[in-house]
Every structure is written in structure tokens, then in C-alpha cells.
Design a protein around this ligand. Sequence first.
Ligand code: VGL
Ligand code: ZN
Length: 221
Amino acid sequence: MAATRTGRLHRFQGAWSAEEWYATGWIMSGTSVGTALVVVDVQNDFADPKGSLFVRGAGKVVKVVNGLVERARSEGWPVFYTQDWHPETTPHFAKDGGIWPVHCVGGSRGADFHPDLMVEGVSVKKGGAGEDGYSGFTMRDLVEGKDRPTELHSLLQERNIARVVVVGLALDYCVKDTALDAVRLGYQVEVPLDATAAVNLSPDDGDKSIAALRAAGVSVS
Ligand code: VGL
Ligand code: ZN
């Protein structure tokens, strides 16, 4: 039974070797250790060319992510989403001392999912109380000056997830920090590069992010 299942999955993504499947526990136990797809911040302000912080390449990302959502559906993987969700005033924004144009203000059109994105799962909104940071797992409370968890880790734990595939926007900020936090929390982490794109404030930010992810043990393919 396990062999049949593995064979089917193997055809889906030829890049996964038998050793990797052993590592997941599929072949050893015949049961899934649980994979989840985590779709980071595919919101209008990042993914719509008219968005205030449009990430070049985001249009293709939406299509590739939708293909992964379909794959997740066929594999029975849960899909979780994150949304950047800022108040109107936050030190994240350049007008308030940060570096970013105003974007993803909670409840605004810019904070909505891109209309073409397939949304089939729970969304974790980050930053709504003015916290800073990029990861889907943690937010920095600026008053207390320390990191606080979002609900993402406990949602994954409830579903017995051991492996996360992190995709979406943007590679050099929220995807990177979400993937690094996932490693820190003990997940096996994959970032398929065709399902993400970088802001590239500096032209090599995307490449530096890939190096940092690989150094942390993320499988970047
Ligand atoms: C992001 C910049 C500012 C992201 C969020 O989702 O990667 N980037 N806020
Ligand atoms: Zn933001």
C-alpha cells in the first residue's frame, strides 16, 4: 500500500528521491508524517501590478501556487495562508519611520488575496495589532520588544504536520523568514523557487535569500 502511494507521489514530483521519502517516514511506516502547503502573502498589494508593493513575477507565482493548491487537494495536504495585515500607522511603513510604502492595510483591497488565487484553507493574519516582522510564525511586539507566535505553528501541530512547502511572496522577506522559522520550529522545509518571487530592493536579495535558506537546511529547488 505504501509503495503504491509513494509511486504515485513520486510521479508527481520526480525530484524527490527514495531517500527523501524514507526521511519523511512514508516508506518506513506506510503513513504520512504530514505535509502542509503554506501560501505566504499572495495579496493584491504584492501580486497585482497596480498594488503598492508589486513584486515582479508575481503573476506567474499565482499560477504556480494554484497548481500546488490543486496538488495539495489531491494529496490531502492541508493548505494554510498568511496575510500581511497592517494598521494604517506602523513603523513598518516609510511614512512612520520604516522602509515600505503603505501596503496591506487590514481590511483594504490591497490586503485581500489576489482574485485569481485559489483559497482553500485557513488564513493567518499577521501584524494587525501593529506588530512588526515578516514571518508567518512570529510577530515582534513593538511595545514589549519581543516576538510572539501567531497561530500558524499550533494549526500545523493540530494536523500533525512535519513537512511544510512554503510558497508565495516575497522570497526575500516573508517567504524567507517563514521558512527559516519553520526550520527553527523543527519542520522539514521546502521552497520551490518557481512558486515565489523576490522584491529585490538590492538586485541580489533573492540570491542571498536562497543561500540563507540552504544554509539553514531548507530544500530550495
Ligand atoms: C512583505 C515587505 C513588507 C512580504 C511584507 O510579504 O514579503 N514584504 N511586508
Ligand atoms: Zn508588510
